[in-house]
Design a protein around this ligand. Structure first.
Ligand code: GLA
Length: 390
C-alpha cells in the first residue's frame, strides 16, 4: 500500500539527531489555534482552526523484536513495554498519548513491529494549543508509515481522537486532531463537525497578527470539567428530544426550543446550551466577516465568544478574564478571547503589527502586578499540517 503523506523535508530538532538510524522515519505534527467556534465540535457544530508553527516531532525506528521503547527527550523519561502489552500507564501520563494510538492500530488489525520512538516538541504544554493531539497525530502518522497500513488522513485523525478518549480520559471532539493533520499554511479550516466537510479559507490579516498571551495557568481542571460540559449539552438535547424527535444534537436546536423546554427545567444546562447555539451562529457570521475582510467585526465576535465562555459556559478563569478585559478597549487589538478547552492556557488576540511589542510589554507588567504571575507571549504563524520530514 502507498504512503498517505507526501514527504516534506523539514528541519529536524537538534535534540532528535542522536536517535536517527538508517531505517528511522521522522514525523512532525503541529499544535493548533482556533479563531472561533469553541466547544462546538462535540455538539456537531462548526469550528475554524488552523495548524501553527509549533509542533511535536517523533523519530521512530523499527526493531527486530516485539519491544517498544518510548522516550520523551524533553522530560528525560522513558517507558518500555511490548507489542502484546499495550495498557494505560498509571505513573507517567505522557506515554498514554503514544500508547493510546498504538492500541488503535492493534484494534484495527495492524501488525505492529517493536520500535524505538523518541519524542520532542516546542508546543507549550497545558497552554490550550493541543500539544496532546499533536503527539497523537505524530504517532498515528509514524505508525501508518512504518506498518504500511495505508490509512487515509481522516482515519488517522479518528484514531488519534479515540486515543485521547480511551487513554487520556478526555471525551474530546475532533477539532484538535483534525487541525493538526489537515492544517494548511496561511489558511484556516472551516470544518463542519457533523458532516466533516471542510473548506480552507485564506486568512488575510491586513497588517494584523495573531498573538497568544499565555496565562501560565495549567488547565488541570480541564479534563473533568470538559466531560461535565459535554454531558450537560447532551442533557439539554435529551430534554428537547422529548418534544422534537428530529433533534439529534445542539446543531439542530434553536433558542426558542431552549427557552421553551430547557429554561424551566435547568438553568445551568440552559446556559451551557445557549452558549453553544449562539456560538455556532457567531461562527457562521464571523466567516462572512472574514470573507468581507472585516477584521473589526470579526474581532468583536471574539469578545462575544469570550463573554459566553466565561459567563454561560463557565470554562474561563480569573487570569483569562483579566487578559481579555485588559485589551478590550485597546484600539490596536481587534479581538481577544480564551482559546481551547479553558480553565487556563492562552488568550488569542488580533493585534496591529506595530503595536505588538508594546502590547506584550504592557500586558506582561499589568499581569504580574494583578495576578502575581509571569505572562508568556507567542506570535503565531499558520503552517501546514502533519508530515513526514525525514
Ligand atoms: C479541547 C478539545 C476539542 C474542543 C476544544 C474546545 O481542545 O480537545 O475537541 O472541544 O477543547 O473547543
Amino acid at each position: 500500500m502507498k504512503a498517505t503523506f507526501v514527504k516534506q523535508e523539514g528541519t529536524v530538532p537538534y535534540q532528535l539527531k542522536e536517535f536517527i538510524k538508517d531505517n528511522s522515519l521522522i514525523v512532525r505534527s503541529p499544535g493548533r489555534i482556533n479563531l472561533i467556534g469553541e466547544h462546538t465540535d462535540y455538539n456537531d457544530g462548526y469550528v475554524l482552526p488552523a495548524a501553527i508553527d509549533k509542533a511535536a516531532y517523533i523519530v521512530i525506528t523499527p526493531g527486530n523484536d516485539n519491544k517498544i521503547h518510548l522516550q520523551s527527550v524533553d522530560m528525560n523519561e522513558s517507558y518500555s513495554t511490548t507489542v502484546d502489552d499495550i495498557i494505560k500507564s498509571v505513573d507517567q501520563s505522557w506515554p498514554n498519548y503514544l500508547l493510546g494510538v498504538i492500541a488503535q492500530f492493534i484494534k484495527a488489525g495492524i501488525n505492529i513491529p517493536g520500535f524505538h520512538a523518541a519524542l520532542t516538541g516546542d508546543i507549550p504544554l497545558g497552554a490550550g494549543l493541543s500539544s496532546s493531539a499533536a503527539v497523537e497525530c505524530a504517532m498515528a502518522l509514524a505508525l501508518n508509515e512504518i506498518t504500511h497500513a495505508g490509512f487515509d488522513k481522516l482515519r488517522l485523525v479518528r484514531m488519534a481522537q479515540k486515543a485521547e478518549h480511551e487513554f487520556a480520559g478526555v471525551q474530546c471532539g475532533i477539532m484538535d486532531q483534525f487541525a493538526s493533520v489537515f492544517g494548511k499554511k496561511d489558511h484556516v479550516i472551516r470544518l463542519d463537525c457533523r458532516s466533516l466537510e471542510y473548506e480552507y479559507e485564506p486568512l488575510n490579516m491586513n497588517g494584523y497578527h495573531l498573538v497568544l498571551l499565555d496565562t501560565n495557568v495549567k488547565h488541570s481542571l480541564a479534563s473533568t470539567e470538559y466531560n461535565v460540559r459535554r454531558k450537560q449539552c447532551e442533557t439539554g438535547v435529551a430534554m428537547i428530544q422529548q418534544h422534537h424527535h428530529e433533534v439529534k444534537s445542539l446543531r439542530d436546536v434553536t433558542m426558542d426550543m431552549l427557552d421553551k423546554y430547557v429554561l424551566p427545567e435547568d438553568i445551568v444546562v440552559y446556559q451551557r446550551c445557549k452558549y453553544v447555539v449562539e456560538e455556532n451562529n457567531r461562527l457562521l457570521e464571523g466567516c462572512k466577516d472574514l470573507e468581507a475582510n472585516d477584521l473589526v467585526a470579526f474581532g468583536n465576535k471574539m469578545f462575544e465568544t469570550h463573554h459566553g465562555l466565561s459567563k454561560l459556559y463557565e470554562v474561563s478563569c480569573p487570569e483569562l478574564d483579566f487578559l481579555v478585559t485588559l485589551v478590550k478597549d485597546n484600539p490596536d487589538v481587534l479581538g481577544a478571547r480564551m482559546m481551547g478547552g479553558g480553565f487556563g492556557g492562552c488568550t488569542l488576540n488580533i493585534v496591529k503589527e506595530e503595536a505588538i511589542s508594546k502590547l506584550i510589554d504592557d500586558t506582561t507588567a499589568a499581569y504580574k502586578t494583578a495576578m502575581g504571575k509571569e505572562l508568556k507571549a507567542y506570535i503565531v504563524n499558520i503552517e501546514d499540517g502533519s508530515s513526514v520530514i525525514g
